[in-house]
Design a protein around this ligand. Structure first.
Ligand code: T4K
Length: 360
């Protein structure tokens, strides 16, 4: 691997001097963590950037999901998708609940709302869909099911900053949405995450859970833990925030470039958006067969290009961690899906070359 290697993604980073300038204040104050001024500023600026009411900044996206489960006090079966990163499921398990897998819509790659109700039992306490690759789930249908059966909904919105639904940020969906600000995400703080809720009582509870369950005078009034974001991470977020619109616009252009280039290729198809607008944060292609995928990967790697098999294998097949439950569409698509490189500094000529290799 060389400097010219092309990876599936690369973090979008503000110029270093802009980051250092913000860090200067951290060095002067000596405040490194514990809900410091930069974390509070980042939360405010994310709210105005996404036009949302609140955002609780957290140490990473996995802890954000765990905090959402804790805040809603869910214990039992949680219906989720097998077509996801292992973190969705490990968070459910770490909070003492059981993941129940619902198969996906083969076009959107999100949980199929029509298959949810059959999985509801008297032990079901919640639904945890994932907006896969930033593609909005059918939140209206999921809301209807949750309301009918009195279930809570937590969206794993790890990929969904910048996605929208009915003209609003997708992050306002569900009882709580949990997002990731990891280095590989559209907007990053190196490691980081956040919880978003429309309910002010839950919002305050999430803030306490993040900080050992302390109230304002450090009495422990909640079963909390440590989910705090540091000032150093918040500083990176504040520096990167200035470039968020440009990053989003660039992804959209590059996504379209790939889509136009591959649209007449018979043996590949693309993810379909049926609700709202996606944020174009990943460019997945689904091959007709796993052999075609493996061939293409080999050809790309020979040219120093490294796509990724997100999400492979389907999480329900990790039998070291979960009891196997059959979800055939997810298992099938997992074997045939490949995310192609997509990031700010990727040149269009490189994308053109990738398109040619995929077309064969
Ligand atoms: N729910 C869902 C649906 C998720 O996808 C994720 C995480 C979560 C929950 C949990 O959120 P976090 O707790 O992570 O905040 C990445 C990320 O680690 C993970 O955040 C992400 N989803 C998952 C889909 O992908 P890897 O194993 O692909 O990372 P890695 O190191 O192979 O990086 C991919 C490419 O990115 C590299 O080839 C080069 C580039 N890269 C990566 C890093 C870390 C850089 O250029 N710089 C970097 O610092 O997991």
């Amino acid at each position: 691997m060389t400097e010219k290697s092309v990876y599936v993604t690369q973090p979008s980073l503000a110029p270093l001097d802009e980051y250092v300038e913000i860090l200067q204040g951290v060095w002067e104050s000596g405040i490194l963590t514990h809900n410091g001024p930069l974390v509070q500023q980042l939360e405010k600026e994310i709210c105005s950037m996404l036009q949302i009411k609140n955002f609780v900044a957290i140490s990473n996206g996995t802890i954000a999901i765990q905090m959402a489960i804790k805040a809603l006090e869910l214990k039992g079966e949680i219906i989720t998708t097998p077509f996801t990163w292992i973190a969705t499921v490990s968070a459910i398990k770490w909070e003492g609940s059981k993941p129940v897998f619902c198969d996906i819509d083969p076009e959107t790659l999100n949980i199929d709302p029509e298959k949810i109700e059959n999985l509801i039992t008297d032990r079901t306490v919640g639904i945890m869909p994932v907006h896969v690759f930033g593609n909005p789930c059918d939140v209206a249908a999921i809301d209807r099911i949750a309301e009918k059966h009195n279930l809570k909904v937590i969206y794993d919105a790890a990929h969904a900053i910048g996605s929208s639904f009915n003209g609003n940020s997708l992050l306002v969906a569900g009882d709580i949405s949990a997002t990731s600000l990891h280095a590989t995400k559209l907007f990053n703080t190196a490691e980081g995450g956040g919880c978003i809720t429309q309910d002010p009582v839950l919002h305050e509870k999430l803030k306490r859970i993040r900080f050992f369950g302390h109230d304002n005078v450090k009495n422990v009034i909640e079963d909390g833990f440590n989910g705090k974001m540091t000032e150093v991470h918040a500083a990176l977020g504040l520096a990167n925030l200035k470039y968020y619109d440009a990053v989003l616009a660039d992804r959209k252009n590059k996504y379209k470039y790939y889509k136009d280039g591959l649209k007449d290729t018979e043996f590949v198809r693309m993810q379909i958006t049926k609700c709202g607008e996606a944020n174009y944060s990943y460019f997945p292609v689904i091959f007709d067969s796993e052999d075609q995928l493996v061939n293409t990967v080999n050809k790309l790697v020979a040219e120093d290009i490294y796509p990724r098999r997100y999400f492979y294998p389907s999480v329900n097949t990790y039998t070291e961690v979960v009891d196997y439950q059959s979800v055939p569409i997810s298992e099938d698509i997992s074997k045939r899906i490949l995310c192609l490189p997509l990031y700010l500094n990727l040149e269009l000529e490189k994308i053109e070359r990738i398109i040619q290799i995929v077309k064969g």
